[in-house]
Structures are given as C-alpha cells and as structure tokens.
Design a protein around this ligand. Structure first.
Ligand code: BG6
Length: 507
C-alpha cells in the first residue's frame, strides 16, 4: 500500500526574504567549487529574482584572469544553463568581476579594497560584502587575518565571512582555528558552511519533529530502539585524491554532514525558531554524544576502502588505482560506527552512522526503528513482525516513509508490513533548490540558522577524537577492510550491527 499524504498547496509555498545590495567575493574563484556550485547557485537565485539589482560577484584567485576571461570560463562551465537562459545569463554576467589576489600579499589586499570600492560605485553595492573562503583549508585562518588586517571585516553589520569545510582536522586544530577567526570577526559574521544543512529534507527533520504532535511524544528511548543514519554514494574519489588522501570518509562526511543530521534528529525542541535557540540545542546534544565505547573505540567503528568492481563493460578501478592515490594508501572510503547519546531522551539507544563511496546506490536517509510490540498476538509473514520504522529520505526521492503492520488479506489473521509514503515531488510538484542556493542566500541575508557555530563544530570533532587518535597512533587497531566496488561495504560493518542483533537497512 502506498498512501500519498498530499498537500493541496502547490503554489505560493516560497516565502522569500530580501537580500540587501552587496558584493559576494569568492576567494579560490578558479577552483572547482566556484563553477560547479557557487556560480550555478547564484545564477539560480538571479533567475528566481532573489538577487537585488545592486549586486556583484568578485572572483579572486592567483591566476591573472580579466573580468572577461572569468565570465567566459563561467559561461563554458555552465553551458547547459546558459543555453537555456541566454538573456538572463547575459544580464547576470554583467555583474561578474575578477581580481587576481593572493591573500598572503599585503599589497594585493590594498588593491582588493580599491577594487571593492570601485564595484560599490559601479553597482551601488553600498559597502556590503560577503567574503567566501573557498580556498585550501590551511589558508582559512590566514585568509581571515588578511581580511581583518585590511579592515574588510571591521563593520559587523556590513561584512560577513563564509568558511568552507573542513573546519579543522581535529578538535585541537578546530579550537585553534576558531580562536583565530574570532579574533578577526564577531561570531555573528562567521558562516561555517555544511551543504547538507542546505538540503530541504535535512531542514524538514526539524519541521517534521516540531510542527506535528504525533512524533515528539514517541521520539525517545521509550519507543525508539535504534537509529541508522546513512549517506551512500556511487561515485569514487573522482579528481579529488589530493584532498581526500589526507581526509578520508571520517573527516570528509562523518564529522560534518552525518553529525549535523544526527544533531537535528536527536536535539531537544528549541524554545523558539531563532538561530541561537536552534544552535544551542544542536551544540547541547553533540556535547552529550560519545562513541559507544570510548575506551576501546576499535570495537565501535569499521573502516573500509573500495576495491575494483563494476562489469567487464564498465570496470571500476580500486581506490588505490585512482589517479593521485598512494598505491599503498590506508585512507578510508567507508566508515560505519556506533554512537551513544548520554542524555535522558536517548540513553541506551544506539545511533549507527555509515557512509561510503562506490556503494550500490546514491542515498542519504535516517531510519528510526521502533520497539517491538510487547506481545505478538498474530502470526507474521516471515515469522516475526517487522518493527515499525520511520524513514526520512534525504536524497534522492526526497520524502518520508512509515512502515507498519496490517492484516494480510485472507481468512487468517496474519500480519504483513506495508509502507505509507510522502514524496516531496508528488506533494509539492517543484524540485528543491540545491543546498548552495539556500545557504548562499542565507549567508548574504546574514541568517546563521543553517550554519555551524564554533561550539558545535568543536563538539563534533571532540566526538571523534578517540578514533582520530587511534588512526594516527595505532592504525593497525582500526584497519581498512577492502570491499568490492558497488557493494554495501565490508562484512565487518555488518558484524557491528549483528553483535546487537540488528541489520543495516538495504534500501
Ligand atoms: C562533500 C564531500 O562535502 O559531499 C564529497 O566532500 C561528497 O566527498 C559530497 O561526495 C556529497 O554531497 P552530496 O550532496 O552529493 O550528497
């Protein structure tokens, strides 16, 4: 059975706020993120008429491009969108500028300030600036220092800085980076970005939990027996070996994206819908989260690395054969782990997190499994009744699904599991914006709700410290288990749940 929970409102759902005149300055503008995510997101905002006419983008990087070269490179990168919206692009591209800048060179900062003043005059951007640090992470601290030194962060009302992930490599480096950043700007000016928080379905976790009365009373250890959070990808490391080799899945996906989903799933209700109230609750729950076994962390974590796979027609190389990867690499491309939350709501409920590259499906979801009925009155198909599950589908097929038992048709009284499903697409009929569309707009609006605060980011790193220390100091205790490409990861990850009498959901 599939019951579609329809929402009759198909129009007028968006409530947009107004972005003030401003210049968005992208450092690292020659990099991948700029043409793959940032410029497409800005062009989308432009086409949705959400950017003010007094708007400009200033791309900055070391390459000596001109404005025209920058525009052309962006046009080539966005060829399909440009072809479908030629006139809009021509208009949008007039607001794209480029300045060669090396943030480590004081005289470049002087030139940058002058260029920004010039753009203010040309585009009436009124000295409002959002600085986006899409540079290599080791330059986040020095980048902020350079901007502050040039006086570009002096006005907290008119300047903001957006910092990409990873914010630090571990607890100590995140703390140190927070100190540097906070010496340069007020916390209200700092936007630590995690693009998962820009996804509608991740935000929907809050609405589902706190706008309905039916979920909250059962959203706790009395009714929920376990939670699984999965972010599975089909892609491999692609062209990012240089970064990924020193990061691995734990730093690349778990510390940020999966931990943010965990925080939204497990946090208490905020007193009001206000950025600080929400971030207080997220920070609080992350501060109560621990690895399930901190003394022997190897017992609650499994690392894996993809091997070769695919078909004879489409063979897939092993991670160690990917361009730029060390042939003896021990970087993990898969992690599964068990986390505990030591508070009144969740004590005793295991949270299992898993993520991996080259898995069979691209899929992110949260699965809440409910406790079994205390007495089994009916025979169940398959021997035992399937526990009720609420599945929040983050991507693809955004929506939610509830699994419960019904009477199987026929003369007996056997039970059988069925699904009740809600699909964003079917209910709202319009595709969700890409995460960066929402997050860029929010940063330019100065709304920090969907950005990670300093204490959250530190709590997230602290949670994984025992594992990071183990990988650093005695990696043989947490070996990388090979798994065949396009399979669901190493068998050891199944044992992690089997030890608790559970299995991973195989969607
Ligand atoms: C990024 C990671 O943050 O998220 C990538 O660095 C990963 O390795 C990507 O592929 C996944 O994002 P999404 O939105 O495709 O799930």
């Amino acid at each position: 059975m599939t019951a579609i929970l329809t929402n009759p409102l198909r129009v007028g759902l968006r409530q947009e706020r107004v972005i003030s005149p401003q210049c968005l300055v992208i450092f690292g503008a020659s990099g991948d993120l700029t043409h793959r995510k940032l410029i497409p997101a800005l062009f989308e905002l432009f086409r949705q008429r959400r950017l003010p006419s007094e708007f400009a983008v200033l791309g900055c990087a070391r390459r000596p491009w001109s404005d025209e070269e920058f525009r052309q490179k962006m046009e080539v990168a966005l060829a399909d969108e440009v072809a479908s919206h030629r006139t809009a692009w021509d208009h949008f591209a007039q607001g794209l500028f480029y300045e060669p800048v090396d943030l480590q060179q004081p005289d470049h900062l002087v030139r940058l300030s002058q260029r920004l003043d010039g753009i203010d005059r040309l585009r009436a951007t009124r000295g409002n600036r959002t600085f986006y640090l899409s540079v290599s992470p080791e330059f986040y601290g020095s980048g902020c220092r350079a901007l502050a030194g040039a006086g570009l962060l002096a006005d907290p009302e008119r300047s903001r800085v957006v910092i990409e992930k990873p914010f630090g490599r571990d607890y100590a480096s995140a703390q140190a980076l927070n100190k540097v950043v906070q010496a340069c700007a007020k916390e209200s000016q700092v936007f630590r970005i995690d693009h998962y928080l820009g996804k509608e379905t991740v935000q929907n976790i809050l609405v589902l939990r706190f706008a309905n009365t039916i979920f909250e009373p059962i959203w706790n250890r009395n009714y929920i027996s376990s939670v699984q959070i999965t972010a599975a990808e089909t892609v491999g490391v692609e062209e990012r070996a240089g970064y990924y080799e020193s990061s691995g899945a734990l730093r690349d996906m778990v510390q940020n994206h999966l931990t943010q989903i965990l925080a939204l799933t497990a946090m208490e209700a905020p007193g009001r819908f206000d950025p600080e109230a929400i971030r207080n609750e997220k920070a609080k729950v992350l501060q109560s989260a621990r690895l399930a076994d901190e003394q022997e962390p190897w017992k609650c974590c499994v690392r894996g690395q993809y091997g070769a796979g695919g078909t004879p027609a489409h063979p897939l190389p092993a991670y160690r054969q990917e361009p730029g990867v060390n042939p003896n690499s021990t970087t993990e491309t898969y992690v599964a782990m068990k986390v505990a939350i030591n508070n009144w709501r969740w004590q005793g409920v295991p949270f299992y997190l898993r993520t991996g590259k080259r898995l069979p499906k691209r899929l992110s979801e949260v699965v809440l499994t409910f406790r079994e009925a205390p007495v089994h009155l009916f025979d169940a198909a398959g021997g035992a009744p399937t526990p009720n599950q609420l599945i929040l589908r983050i991507q693809p097929d955004e929506g939610a699904e509830f699994k419960f038992e019904v009477k199987a048709p026929g003369s007996g009284m056997r039970s059988r599991p069925v699904d009740m499903a809600f699909s964003y697409d079917e209910s709202f009929g319009e595709p969700s914006d890409e995460g960066y569309v929402r997050l860029l707009a929010d940063a330019m609006l100065g709304d920090p709700t969907l950005f990670t605060r300093s204490d959250e980011v530190e709590a997230a790193w602290r949670l994984y410290t025992p594992l990071l220390a183990l990988i650093e100091e005695s990696p043989w205790q947490l070996p990388v288990h090979p798994y065949e490409a396009r399979t669901w990861g190493p068998a050891a990850a199944d044992s992690l749940l089997a030890d608790d009498g559970l299995i991973w959901r195989r969607p």
